[in-house]
Design a protein around this ligand. Structure first.
Ligand code: ACM
Length: 266
């Protein structure tokens, strides 16, 4: 079985959802793909001083806001599922979330489990747990950016059956792309990191996002690594069946060999 995946790397403009929507429409023109992965906070950009600054731009997960409505249209156009990071509002609280969107609407919503640095001053901690969506018979798990540094995130998704980990990101540290190779190998899954590019400044804080969006195979091969600074859309084809079997040789199965009772700490 073949599944096509489009990895979208762009520079979301802070405080300008209309412009970000226009950009995504342009980037996805002519793209047909079973799965499209967009960066973290693709609707709003990243740096905000206070929750009050970001709240008016955030959307409910029911898909009634401008950004998720557009993703629904774009899913109809690309012919598949779109996983995108976005700023979510729920009961007055802000969440750093990822939605899985088809032409029929939002089919799953994940709220970032591990908030990075000053995100803790903006967002409530994610309360959904790690989410899997089944699409065209393939299990796709979601995690967001800094979740990468906690191996438990990818492990939990893999134990729940994820064959592909869709990973919207706004990376600023230089380690993740290499770490995702290990996440692939240790879980025998595909990973798709859609990272943003560009710079943002707020007071004395200057961030440069690292690009290099990436797709890795269960064997740890880099199927694609994008440019560092440029916006790009790249489509790869994978066989998701390759992520089902966790057996490394006749004597080792990655999941059957786990000794979870010995991993507990009193
Ligand atoms: C990050 O989690 N956006 C670094």
């Amino acid at each position: 079985m073949k599944l096509s995946i489009a990895v979208v790397q762009f520079n979301p403009v802070r405080d300008n959802i209309k412009k970000n929507i226009r950009k995504l429409r342009r980037l996805l023109t002519g793209i047909k793909s079973d799965l499209v992965v967009l960066p973290e906070l693709a609707n709003t950009g990243y740096l905000y001083a206070t929750p009050e600054d970001l709240l008016p731009l955030a959307e409910p997960q029911d898909g009634s806001g401008a950004f998720l409505t557009t993703l629904r249209e774009l899913a109809a156009q690309t012919g598949g599922l779109i996983v995108s990071g976005y700023a979510e509002v729920a009961e007055g609280k802000l969440l750093n979330a990822a939605a899985a969107v088809t032409q029929d609407g939002v089919i799953a919503n994940y709220r970032k489990t591990h908030l990075f640095d000053h995100e803790k001053a903006l967002y409530s901690s994610g309360d959904t747990g790690f989410q899997i969506v089944e699409w065209q018979g393939v299990k796709i798990g979601m995690m967001i950016c800094f979740d990468w540094i906690f191996p438990e995130a990818a492990r939990t998704l893999a134990l729940k059956g994820a064959q592909i980990i869709a990973h919207p990101a706004n990376l600023v540290l230089p380690y993740c792309q290499n770490a995702m190779i290990t996440r692939s190998i240790e879980n025998q899954v595909f990973t798709v990191t859609a990272n943003r590019v560009g710079k943002e400044h707020l007071d004395n804080l200057h961030l440069t996002f690292t690009g290099q969006s990436q797709v890795t195979t269960p064997g740890g091969k880099i199927l694609y690594r994008g440019p560092t600074r440029k916006e790009s859309v790249h489509v790869v084809e994978i066989d998701p069946e390759r992520a089902v079997n966790k057996r490394l040789n006749t004597n080792n199965d990655l999941f059957e060999d786990r000794r979870s009772s010995l991993y507990e700490i009193d």
